[in-house]
Design a protein around this ligand. Structure first.
Ligand code: F6R
Length: 598
């Protein structure tokens, strides 16, 4: 989730760029930089850290054309040299980029063999070197020729020494042009433009743009000129930060499909080539985490045993370090979206002290956990502002499946065909989530069954037992309703005593799962105590819907992967319940995004 800004006009570019970058701050970032045309020459300034660090280092540039970037590190840790912009060897071109260049390794090898000198560890840097090879006087054409060689996703902006032009290109990453009078703007997010103009041109996939103070020209993939009427933006700056969503949490739930897509893009190759966990000489796996991440670990245990047949144990990070310690030296996988949770960091240190191999699953490049472990698998959910974990949790589930499939294939539990088929099911998961989101208004309606309750139960079995623990956690943390998750088979061992007509029960039963019939029996037990049941099941499941007062349907899915769409449905449910109760959704009371105390 990086940010791009660009300006060409009559004002000091540095001031417009810094203002734009400030307005993108809410997206989160770990470094920032600008490139400007100053007295005809390109100047570049970039810094790791807060925007203030860049601001303090910025001299009073007079240049009127430039580009800027805020970076959320994905390829290459946060540092000055990995920050954007990047400049060509001859110093004439500079670029910024959002997205992922999938074929960068091959491109870099080729460019290095042709004599290009690289200064960073990023995928992005290949873009500027490629542009240099294609440049023969026309900046936009050089960019158009460059993107033809790139596989992956991108929004790119480029500037050229001695020129007022900005060239830009887009594929699967947002890019918008702001139209002014004798000045024009560029941004990855309309938020950055709102203080200057409400007239914008949205750039579409495959298009390239040339922007100067006097005009904007858009071209399609084949180089033909595109005519497009400007759109008028009516958002306030505050609305726009949230992309028009009422809360960050809802925005982040809607970012689920993209987060899955990016996580798979980043990890599939690593998993298939065996770059993650190259050594497979462990007998057991231990999964260690806190809160929602622990629920992802629980799903991971089921996945690990299903796909890899490896005995897997779980421990809360806050307990692990005080436990007697395993005799064998297993692989310990630590799951933490922030990479800064104190208990999980302490557990990582303890695991190494005990001689275990350690692998972290985290969403934040360069976070502390990455320095405490032997290996890292990154989720690529982008920054999450809402305190409740949503898209980061979803991508943790993906990481659990990917690791289980990797280990299962490497240890021979999965054949090549089964491995490919499992990965191809995972590739479908982003569509499944999108399909849940397409019917989100049904979930909003279903929230009316719960919003007045004081207590609420979530029940599931097998791989959806942790999903229901997570559903309950989400509801309690943002709506303040007392919510508990149970393995459905446990109800009759005590909790059933609490059920009556004022206690709604959310029950998941996935047709095709070997516990499905047992779930139907548990739901009947609950309904017999007059508890209103909100069922979560597969589209068209009439056996389940007959037993429930109301249904949330998810698209057809193999039971083992059902936590993915079910999770998103329960996140949305918690959101709408909390919204109906008027709660402070993005900042629930007493909670913080990253828990740095033990
Ligand atoms: C719940 C939530 C927390 C975190 C927990 C661990 O929505 O976000 O339960 O999951 O504090 O945080 P990380 O994953 O950063 O270690």
């Amino acid at each position: 989730m990086c940010g791009i800004v660009g300006y060409s006009g009559h004002r000091r570019a540095s001031e417009v760029l810094m203002d734009g970058l400030k307005r993108l701050e809410y997206r989160g970032y770990d470094s920032a930089g600008v490139a400007m045309v100053e007295d005809g020459r390109l100047v570049l300034l970039k810094r790791q850290g807060e925007l203030d660090v860049l601001q303090k280092a910025l001299p009073k540039f007079e240049g009127r054309t430039g580009i800027g970037h805020t970076r959320w590190a994905t390829c290459g840790r946060p540092s000055d040299r990995n920050a954007h912009p990047f400049v060509s060897c001859d110093g004439k071109l500079a670029i910024v980029h959002n997205g992922i260049i999938e074929n960068y390794t091959a491109l870099r090898e080729r460019l290095e063999s042709e004599g290009h000198h690289f200064t960073s560890e990023t995928d992005t840097e290949v873009v500027v070197h490629l542009m240099e090879t294609h440049f023969s006087g026309d900046l936009r054409q050089a960019l158009a020729d460059t993107v033809r060689e790139i596989q992956g996703t991108y929004a790119i902006a480029a500037v050229l020494e001695g020129s007022q032009e900005i060239a830009a290109a887009r594929k699967e990453n947002p890019l918008v042009v702001g139209l002014g009078v004798k000045e024009n703007f560029l941004a990855s997010d309309v938020t950055a433009l709102l203080s200057h103009t409400s007239q914008v041109l949205y750039i579409m996939d495959g298009e390239t743009v040339s922007l100067t103070p006097n005009g904007v020209a858009v071209y399609d993939h084949d180089g033909a000129s595109v005519k497009r009427e400007p759109s008028v933006v009516t958002w306030s700056a505050e609305d726009a930060q949230k992309g028009g969503f009422e809360h960050f949490m809802l925005k982040e739930i809607f970012e689920g499909p993209n987060a899955i897509h990016n996580t798979l893009l980043g990890a599939l190759d690593l998993i298939e080539n065996g770059d993650v966990l190259p050594r497979m000489d462990f007998q057991t796996v231990k999964l260690v985490a806190c809160g929602s991440s622990f629920h992802a670990a629980m799903v991971g245990k089921y996945a690990m045993e299903e796909f890899a047949g490896v005995p897997t144990t779980l421990e809360l990070a806050s307990e692990y370090r005080y436990s007697p310690g395993a005799r064998e030296a297993p692989l310990v996988i630590l799951i933490t979206q922030s990479g800064e949770t104190a208990d999980t960091l302490a557990a990582a240190r303890e695991a190494r002290r005990r001689g275990c191999r350690t692998l972290a699953v985290t969403n934040v490049v360069g976070s502390t956990i990455t320095r405490e472990v032997d290996e890292v698998l990154y989720t690529r959910a982008g920054p999450e502002i809402g305190v409740a974990a949503t898209k980061t949790f979803l991508t943790q589930l993906l990481a659990m499946y990917l690791l289980a499939i990797r280990i299962g294939y490497a240890n021979g539990t999965l054949s090549h065909d089964s491995m490919r088929s499992a990965l191809s099911s995972l590739r479908q998961s982003s569509n499944m989530v999108q399909s849940v989101l397409n019917h989100i208004h049904d979930i909003e309606e279903a929230s009316k069954m719960i919003d007045k309750a004081d207590h609420c139960f979530f029940i599931g079995r097998n791989i959806n037992y942790p999903t229901m623990l997570e559903g309950a956690l989400k509801l309690k943390e943002i709506s303040y309703i007392h919510a508990e998750g149970f393995a459905a088979g446990e109800l009759k061992h005590g909790p059933l005593a609490l059920l009556d007509s004022t206690t709604p029960v959310i029950a998941v039963a996935i047709k095709g799962d070997h516990t499905y019939e047992k779930m139907l029996a548990n739901i009947s037990e609950v309904a017999a105590r007059d508890s209103p049941v909100l069922g979560v099941g597969l589209e068209g499941d009439t056996d389940l819907s007959r037993l429930c007062e109301r249904m949330i349907f998810v698209p057809p899915v193999k039971p083992v992967f059902s936590p993915i769409p079910v999770t998103v449905a329960l996140q949305a449910l918690a959101y709408y319940v909390a919204n109906r109760r008027g709660c402070s959704i993005d900042k629930p009371k007493n909670l913080a995004k990253s828990v740095t105390v033990e």
